[in-house]
Ligand binder design. Structure first.
Ligand SMILES: *Cc1c(COP(=O)(O)O)cnc(C)c1O
Length: 391
């Protein structure tokens, strides 16, 4: 084995940054899944997958443009377009690939992509695939975004990309300000709705619905792997945009299509989101309940260590509750001790989050029971060091 591999692995271990896969038992309480509505386990979703496999088999066999297209893929695209209030949509095998394909085909060396400092890794990787100039603004800071836009007139196109819900902090992008700035400076807007689809807005349609800005964003990207409980990524937008991506997005053209059964599960899940609004109500009730419980353990002010209540508008709606511990090794240790009690909360460390901001990232689901949440809160009370609590 080459020396650098051994050395780098040793360094990761020393710094508390080594990553390992975990197997969890059926009795483990999971508080770090993005299956926010529990749809991956919904009986109708399971039945839809089985029926699709019976009819189509499993693998799609080729890319969409070759022989991998099926009626289910097109039906899913129509459903997503309708759900997001757009003329059309295109599906990709994953959300990661949706970002790669969309961003890399929309901008080139004459352009600039302007992103929030905390945007998801897939957005950053997409930017690395283009020759467009990458510019980064301070997290959720419209003034910093405007400063960049002001000095970017020389670029042919300006594309602003933001997460809708920031996955590690559980806060929302200031969409009204971003949309207004994009108008003022003639920029394109793109939102990544990975954590917003099915969770944010009155009926779970995402950030535009939350802010009453339906149809205002140019490019709406999302994933089917989180609240939708399936797998796959998408972009929704104008019919022209979607035709363009079908012709230009390399992560659409040069990869095998989603299995038809994956499309069937997503379709069924999106119908359930519309037909069973109580799922979203439960999710919000559970998020609020956990926030109350955590706030009772760590009353404000949070010493700047704890961001539980730091989210602004609509914080009850967001099923992501980070507890910032700081030190990576310490965070890992708390996560490990929770797991010894059959509670799984993952430790999030650099480079996923900035240095010294390692955290426990708790995610809530509509199908958590009240007693599960009580159990988590009391374990947190015992395991989190006093230094991270209020004094
Ligand atoms: C998870 C995630 C993605 C990637 O989606 P996958 O379908 O899991 O590949 C993209 N953007 C954000 C913000 C995410 O959280």
């Amino acid at each position: 084995m080459p020396d650098f591999i051994k050395k780098e692995l040793a360094r990761l271990k020393k710094d508390g940054l080594y990553r390992q896969l975990k197997q969890i038992g059926p009795a483990t309480l999971v508080f770090c899944s993005n299956d926010y509505l529990g749809l991956s386990q919904h009986p109708r979703v399971k039945a839809a997958a089985i029926a699709a496999i019976a009819k189509y088999g499993f693998g799609a066999g080729a890319s969409r443009l070759v022989s991998g297209n099926s009626p289910l893929q097109e039906e899913l695209e129509r459903k997503i377009a309708n759900f997001k209030g757009r003329a059309a949509a295109i599906v990709f095998p994953t959300g990661y690939m949706a970002n790669l394909g969309a961003i890399s085909s929309l901008v080139d060396e004459n352009d600039t992509v302007i992103i929030d400092r905390l945007d998801h890794a897939s957005i950053i990787d997409a930017c690395k695939l283009t020759k467009a100039k990458l510019q980064v603004y301070r997290h959720n800071d419209p003034a910093a975004l405007e400063a960049i836009l002001k000095r970017s007139a020389k670029f042919k196109k300006r594309l602003i990309v933001t997460d809708s819900v920031f996955s590690m902090d559980g806060d929302l992008a200031p969409l009204p300000e971003i949309v207004a700035l994009a108008r003022k400076y003639d920029a394109l807007t793109m939102i990544d709705e990975a954590h917003a689809t099915g969770t944010i807005g009155q009926t779970g349609r995402g950030l535009e619905e939350h802010f009453g800005l339906k149809g205002q964003v140019d490019i709406v990207m999302g994933t089917l792997s989180k609240a939708v409980g399936s797998v796959g990524g998408f972009v929704a937008g104008s019919a022209e945009l979607i035709n363009y991506l079908r012709n230009k997005a390399r992560s659409f053209i040069y990869t095998t299509a989603l299995p038809p059964a994956a499309c069937a599960t997503s379709l069924e899940a999106l119908k359930i989101i519309e037909q069973e609004p109580e799922l979203l109500r439960n999710l919000r009730m559970n998020s609020r309940f956990l926030r109350e419980k955590v706030a009772a353990v760590f009353r404000p002010p949070y010493n700047g260590d704890l961001k539980v209540a730091a989210t602004t508008s609509g914080s009850d709606e967001i099923p992501i509750i980070p507890i910032i511990i700081g030190d990576s090794t310490k965070t890992m240790e708390i996560s490990r001790k929770l797991l010894e009690r059959s509670i799984f909360v993952s430790a999030i460390r650099p480079p996923t989050v900035p240095q010294d901001q390692s955290r426990l990232r708790i995610t809530i689901s509509a199908v958590h029971k009240k007693e599960d949440i009580v159990c988590l809160a009391s374990s947190l009370r015992e395991l989190i060091p006093a230094s991270a609590k209020r004094t």
